[in-house]
Design a binder for this molecule. Structure first.
Ligand SMILES: C[S@@+](CC[C@H](N)C(=O)[O-])C[C@H]1O[C@@H](n2cnc3c(N)ncnc32)[C@H](O)[C@@H]1O
Length: 252
């Protein structure tokens, strides 16, 4: 991998998290879409121009990636957005927080192309893109390297028999608990009642996370620094209510 001269950091076995044997007990299978309509020539052009500098390659088995090596020295912390969709939310946060390096993971190539356009339009220097299932990246990240994680309007998989496909679940929460620094925020938003109930159940039962909440206004009002997402707008137009869950990594 070569991102502005930076590369993978190989650490000792005590720190290794193998990708071929991820810290999950089940096989990593991805069920969503990877491609949509063919990209326009202009979109393809931006993606082709920017992606070589921005993309994070899939970690080799046993590799460890220190996110600090991805960004310039002015970056003091790293955030992660899982499933950034069209990238509006990620680009907005990157613009407002130039000293934060944001890693965005998105499987859908059309979303990745959309984010590269936002990056170009806003001249962002603090974004890196993992164009694959984030679960292939997470095992390579070192303990306590993330200062915030966003999971905005994840695919709801509302049928009970698909519950294991929901991103907010025991395995991914264990991984995030390892990766997040004490006191940092895991923000989950959804407009799907099944998902919100599910996520609340998973998060409140998890020993590493604490819900920051006083009453309904906390989950019905977007956080003060929130950037509207495409799926949030879609939900709004179709009359569905968005919920915002703000959980914090407890002290170890
Ligand atoms: C319902 S869309 C929401 C997109 C965006 N967050 C928004 O609010 O507009 C969920 C997105 O998550 C992506 N996604 C789902 N699982 C993922 C995974 N394991 N790794 C990376 N991206 C994922 C999908 O490709 C999809 O674009």
């Amino acid at each position: 991998m070569d991102l502005a001269g930076n590369g993978w950091i190989w650490l000792t076995p005590s720190n290794l998290h193998s990708v071929s044997e991820p810290e999950t007990t089940s096989r990593v299978l991805y069920y969503g879409r990877r491609k949509g309509k063919p990209l326009t020539t202009a979109r393809q052009g931006v993606a082709d121009r920017l992606l070589p500098q921005l993309k994070i390659d899939a970690p080799p088995a046993g590799g460890v990636l220190d996110p600090r090596t991805l960004f310039s020295n002015s970056v003091t912390e790293t955030w992660l957005e899982v499933g950034f969709g069209g990238g509006e939310h990620l680009a907005g946060h990157a613009e407002h927080n130039p000293n934060v390096g944001i890693i965005g993971a998105e499987v859908f190539i059309n979303g990745v192309a959309s984010l590269t356009r936002h990056i170009e339009q806003k001249s962002l220097k603090n974004v890196r893109i993992f164009n694959d299932d984030v679960r292939f990246l997470l095992p390579a990240l070192p303990d306590q390297c993330l200062s915030r994680v966003f999971v905005m309007f994840p695919d709801p998989w509302p049928k009970a028999r698909h519950a294991k496909r929901r991103f907010v679940g025991p395995e991914n929460l264990n991984t995030l608990a390892r990766l997040m620094r004490d006191g940092t925020e895991l923000r989950v938003a959804s407009d799907h009642p099944v998902y919100i109930h599910w996520a609340l159940e998973q998060l409140t039962q998890h020993p590493a996370f604490q819900w920051q909440v006083d009453g309904p206004e906390d989950w019905l009002t977007p956080p003060p620094d929130h950037v509207t997402t495409r799926y949030q707008l879609k939900a709004q137009k179709e009359g569905r209510t968005s919920h915002f869950l703000r959980f914090f990594r407890k002290s170890r």
